[in-house]
Design a protein around this ligand. Structure first.
Ligand SMILES: [Zn+2]
Length: 274
């Protein structure tokens, strides 16, 4: 999955109450990953339908200012993360969250936990706590102690500078497909067979087309002013499409029948209740 899809999937899992207790995120761009996780934390706590750089709700503002009591960030104090920092986290999160559903912590450079801090951290992770979500960031997972690693759900956030060229090559096909399904509307199921699968019978090509379609909706969801033909869609509409595409891209990696997968996507896309 592309990074954007992995990130959007975390928000989806949150709403399905399927989020793990602790995530270990390996990334090649610490600053970007940090910003993206902050955005996720805002998305799941936002009082409204989260829009890019939400400034209208209290919770997003508190997160931006570092003043939300139920959100704690830890970064190395000097070269290491010390035991006292983890103890402080443990102490503050022994209370139930007040303004939000969950207590959330984010540890930058989790590979810098020193020996005693690691032991305290392990105990903290092992004590099952209903309302705590953790994000550990590292740029080298090999430096994270195995005892920590084994207790985390691991996600790789490997940022590419831009959309891969072999995906971008399908931009025109993707835009046509979106226009057919969103604007023209007639014959949209037939379009899967008579155009897409007729012109691109290979699964790998179909997968790239839908990655490109995902990028377009996801850009729009994040407030892009491009793709004006999608301006009529609300944030909720876009979120639905992003989620449908995450599921579709996952399924495209299996052996499931291509035509059935695409038809299912179009049917769910048109279902206004979903
Ligand atoms: Zn907000």
């Amino acid at each position: 999955m592309v990074v954007a899809a992995k990130l959007a999937n975390l928000v989806k899992l949150y709403h399905e109450q399927k989020l793990a207790h602790v995530y270990l995120l390996e990334t090649n761009d610490m600053a970007q990953a940090y910003q993206d996780i902050l955005t996720i934390i805002k998305q799941i706590n936002c009082e409204g339908d989260y829009q890019e750089n939400c400034t209208t709700c209290n919770l997003c503002n508190l997160i931006d200012q570092g003043n939300l009591p139920s959100f704690i960030e830890i970064a190395p104090d000097g070269t290491m993360i010390k035991k006292e920092q983890v103890l402080e986290l443990k102490k503050r999160f022994s209370y139930k969250p007040i303004y939000t559903q969950n207590n959330i912590y984010l540890i930058k450079e989790a590979d810098k936990l020193n020996g005693t801090a690691t032991n305290t951290m392990l105990k903290f992770i092992e004590e099952p706590s209903e309302n705590v979500i953790g994000f550990l960031l590292t740029n080298n997972i090999n430096n994270v102690l195995p005892t920590i690693k084994s207790r985390c759900e691991i996600i790789n956030l490997n940022y590419e500078e831009k959309i891969a060229d072999d995906v971008l090559a399908y931009q025109d096909v993707a835009i046509k497909y979106i226009k057919q399904t969103e604007l023209v509307k007639v014959d949209k199921i037939m379009y899967n067979k008579s155009v897409i699968l007729n012109d691109y019978p290979e699964r790998a090509d179909v997968s790239k087309i839908f990655k490109m379609i995902f990028h377009i909706y996801y850009a729009k969801y994040n407030g892009s002013e491009d793709y004006a033909f999608l301006n009529h869609l609300t944030t909720k509409d876009l979120k639905k499409r992003v989620n449908l595409l995450i599921t579709l891209l996952d399924n495209l990696e299996t052996n499931a029948n291509l035509e059935l997968l695409l038809d299912k996507y179009v049917i769910e896309l048109s279902d206004d209740n979903g």
